[in-house]
Design a binder for this molecule. Structure first.
Ligand code: BTN
Length: 235
């Protein structure tokens, strides 16, 4: 799949720009929108994504995809994990799409679908210092903080783009199946782990059961009852 790029110094949000400019993208190509800084980066549930200039990666991958995109975030999370493993790091995944290093979030993924297009944004904290990470309201880390060394943004971008593009091509042709094991093997959750889950309407107290073959989360919510969730947040 050919790759087209739109690169900005500063933009409000790469996902937002992509959604407003879908007409500029070639339907048979994968388009990457990249920015050095975002003035209004956002995450899941409308949260702010802290996006200082020249420190991190802010990328949106866009392609024609009229079908469901629920499991696409997991496919992209696997790609980010594979790229970090190429750097000898040991990332783990938290359902549905947080990438963690040493138990703290290093990358967030936001998948949106509109007019037959899928737009998957990733924010990867690369060279943010401990002090800069304090602007984030949840425990967060960066490659710099996790390893004690700085990274070339260009090198990380190449690695991440390569792994994610390859996974997107596989997802388009084969769906989530090839990613089920790569995803579940990297998960932090184990059968029976207590889980507090917010589905946007209700807070559930339950325990981890499994990930279904379509990527949804199965929770044990009563001794003999399981429930599947496609979106939501584990506390
Ligand atoms: C999350 O964990 O809540 C998802 C965060 C996604 C952030 C990225 S940065 C690039 C793209 N543009 C945005 O405004 N958001 C995504």
């Amino acid at each position: 799949m050919e790759l087209d790029r739109f690169v900005f110094e500063t933009i409000d949000s790469t996902n937002k720009w992509a959604k407003a400019n879908l007409g500029k993208f070639r339907p048979q190509h994968l388009t990457v929108v990249a920015a050095a800084a975002q003035s209004a980066g956002y995450g899941r549930q409308g949260r702010t994504w802290v996006s200082p200039p020249g420190k991190n990666l802010y990328l949106s991958f866009c392609f024609r995809h009229p079908g469901r995109v629920d499991s696409l975030t997991e496919v992209v999370a696997v790609g980010v994990a594979q790229a970090l493993e190429d750097l000898d790091l040991k990332p783990r995944l938290k359902w549905p799409n947080d990438v963690l290093l040493s138990g703290k979030k290093v990358c967030g993924i936001l998948c949106e679908a509109t007019s037959g297009w899928a737009i998957v944004g990733i924010g990867l904290n690369v060279n943010m210092t401990a002090e800069e990470l304090q602007q984030i309201d949840k425990p967060a880390t960066s490659l710099l903080l996790a390893t004690g060394r700085g990274y070339s943004l260009k090198q990380i971008e190449e690695l991440v783009e390569g792994a994610i593009s390859a996974n997107i091509v596989t997802f388009i042709t084969q769906g989530f199946d090839p990613f089920y094991l790569p995803y579940t093997q990297r998960l932090i959750h184990k059968l029976g782990d207590p889980i507090q889950f917010d589905d946007g309407k209700h807070i559930w107290q339950g325990s981890f059961h499994k990930i279904h073959l379509d990527g949804s989360l199965s929770l044990i919510v009563e001794p003999n009852e399981t429930k599947a969730f496609y979106t939501g947040d584990i506390a």
